[in-house]
Every structure is written in structure tokens, then in C-alpha cells.
Design a protein around this ligand. Structure first.
Ligand SMILES: [Zn+2]
Ligand SMILES: [Zn+2]
Length: 180
């Protein structure tokens, strides 16, 4: 007896397309994202609401998927470290093959394949989300970040942020009584 197939909300059975070019099916799924998708500074965290909608069309060599993803990413501002959330709305289109095409360039990444009449949407979802995420997310375009001298958020106290820079050599002199 074959081992039971793994279950994932990203796996879609294409059995109903019956390998008939021209057949089409719609997908519409809402689920809790099973694993973190993103980069160090920002990601769609596990358990975040995730929606995939789209269609899967049967073509002679496999199936063409056209999907939209909606979710939200969480991270922190790289300047002031405030938490931020970012709505995610991306689309992708990918062809999944029944078998590796004979003319596939070996230098290219391996193609997406149909396994046991199912396709796994996670790899293209992951690629599309990561492309969409900012490498240096920030809370607002004019975020001034943290003061390098005192660590305080500059926006909270813009006036008090002209720390007097004292040359360390003169600072020594200031400690000598009578030289103030
Ligand atoms: Zn910020
Ligand atoms: Zn400061």
C-alpha cells in the first residue's frame, strides 16, 4: 500500500481536468498560512489568513495556473524598529509539466512538475511573495529612524536632537576646574 500523500493547502488536485487540453477549473481557497513565507525583515507569518484564487487550464504538456494571492506581511521598520504590516496582493502564472520537456535547458531551474495528478502551488507562491516584499521595509517614507547618539526615536523629539558633539580632547579640558 502506498504511503498516504502529504496534505497541504497549497496542493491542488488536477484530476478533474482529465488531461484534456482546453479544460479549465477554478480554485478559491482560504486558509491559515502553514509556514512563514518571506525574508528576514518581513514575512507572511505562519497562521496568517491566506487566500488563493485563480484558474488552472489544461494544455497539451501540462497545466497553466494563473493565481492571485491575498494576505498580509508583518515585519519591523528598518529605521525605527516599529512593527509594520503590509497588505500582500500578488499574481503569478506558472506552467506545470507532466514530465520534464526534452528541450529543457539543463542550466535552468528544474520545471514545476505534476506529481500524482496534483500540483504544489507553494514554490511559485513563495517566489511571488518574496519578489513583492521590500528589502528594507519602513513605517513611512519620512521615518527618520533612531538617533545614533541616544537611541531615541527622532520623530518623538525632533527638537532635542542636536546633541552637542564635543571633541574628546576638549571634553577632558572641561573637567578641569576654572576652564569652563
Ligand atoms: Zn520607522
Ligand atoms: Zn538623540
Amino acid at each position: 500500500m502506498a504511503a498516504p500523500l502529504p496534505v497541504s493547502d497549497f496542493l491542488v488536485s488536477i484530476h478533474d481536468l482529465k488531461r484534456q487540453p482546453g479544460e479549465m477549473m477554478e480554485i478559491r481557497r482560504n486558509f491559515a498560512n502553514p509556514e512563514r513565507i518571506g525574508i528576514d525583515v518581513i514575512a507572511i507569518e505562519a497562521q496568517t489568513d491566506f487566500r488563493i484564487t485563480g484558474r488552472i487550464e489544461s494544455v497539451s504538456t501540462g497545466v497553466l495556473t494563473t493565481c492571485g494571492i491575498s494576505s498580509s506581511a508583518a515585519g519591523e521598520c528598518v529605521r525605527c524598529l516599529d512593527p509594520i504590516t503590509l497588505p500582500i496582493d500578488v499574481r503569478f502564472q506558472e506552467l506545470y509539466f507532466y514530465e520534464i520537456p526534452s528541450d529543457w535547458d539543463e542550466d535552468d531551474d528544474p520545471p514545476l512538475l505534476i506529481t500524482e495528478e496534483r500540483i504544489d502551488l507553494l514554490p511559485p507562491v513563495r517566489d511571488a511573495v518574496i519578489l513583492e516584499l521590500p528589502l528594507a521595509p519602513h513605517c513611512s517614507d519620512d521615518c527618520r529612524g533612531l538617533c545614533p547618539d541616544c537611541g531615541e526615536k527622532i520623530a518623538e523629539n525632533p527638537q532635542g536632537h542636536s546633541h552637542q558633539k564635543i571633541d574628546p580632547r576638549w571634553a577632558k579640558l572641561r573637567e578641569v576646574p576654572g576652564l569652563e
